[in-house]
Design a protein. Structure first.
Length: 276
């Protein structure tokens, strides 16, 4: 059994569940790209892949992840997964996804490459399902890492094969989404993904900044914790830079030194930095 997740934090959560239930034992693989943002035109072709890589190079500039770009290649991961399926006819893949655009877009990108293995690809979509949190209260997780290990074990009952109909229809829907120009994908409900303008997050990002100056890591932590529709930290910083270009905010500091010493100020606001 091979488990596929779409977030690094999901790996630890699934490992903890496996420790409680050996029937889940298997290799855990992470699909690392975030297909909910960025260009997707001709994503399966060399030219489209390079276009996306160039976009990520710009987004990750000055970030803690700028040296990881050449390491991440989900195409190689899929190649290795297909080799595993071909080598062992009893091998199966379980795709785990939470109710968020990041996971669902990753699922779409991935599953369209496994059509000939129908019957051996299982999906577990935790779509609008209640679980118990640490206090024993019901809640509706959007990410797998929010689920307690013992609750994860219950979730395995949701595993089902991806149907032939899904293998035929879902890639068509995904390809339609990929041909549109907008770079942000929004989960409208179920598995329905819709495109949004590049400035989709900007209003909420601005609303979560303080009037006083803040160091970028502190502001970023607050934004990521409170924003209603989540996205990655690098993309938030990318949009903050765009907002600075528009004069909505001001950055003070040297980007060449990375994020840690950069300060965000509101135009006309206090330059007194709020400490972490």
């Amino acid at each position: 059994m091979i488990h596929i997740v779409f977030n690094t934090a999901d790996i630890a959560a699934l490992e903890a569940a496996i420790a409680l239930d050996e029937s889940l034992a298997g290799k855990i693989i992470e699909i690392k790209d975030d297909y909910a943002v960025g260009p997707l035109m001709d994503i399966y072709e060399t030219e489209g892949f390079q276009l996306r890589k160039d976009w990520w190079t710009k987004v990750l500039e000055h970030s803690p992840y700028s040296d990881q770009l050449d390491i991440v290649d989900d195409r190689l991961t899929v190649h290795q997964l297909i080799n595993s399926l071909n080598h062992d006819e009893n091998e199966s893949i379980w795709i785990w996804m939470g109710q968020n655009a990041h996971d669902v877009c990753g699922y779409y990108w991935l599953m369209s490459q496994f059509k000939e293995y129908q019957g051996r690809i299982q999906v577990l979509y935790l779509n609008n399902l209640p679980f118990l949190n640490e206090k024993g209260q019901l809640f509706y997780p959007t990410y797998l890492s929010q689920i307690q290990p013992k609750e994860f074990i219950k979730a395995k009952k949701l595993a089902r094969p991806i149907t032939l109909s899904e293998f035929e229809l879902d890639p068509d829907e995904w390809n339609k989404i990929c041909t549109e120009q907008e770079v942000i994908k929004f989960l409208e409900g179920g598995k329905k993904i819709v495109n949004m303008d590049i400035n989709f997050y900007d209003k909420e990002i601005l609303s979560l900044l303080t009037k006083n100056a803040q160091k970028l890591p502190s502001a970023l932590s607050n934004i990521l914790a409170k924003m209603k529709v989540k996205t990655g930290d690098a993309f938030v910083v990318y949009r903050l830079k765009a907002l600075a270009d528009l004069g909505k905010i001001v950055f003070v500091g040297d980007w060449e030194k990375g994020w840690k010493d950069m300060v965000i100020q509101m135009p006309g606001g206090s330059n007194q930095v709020i400490e972490d």
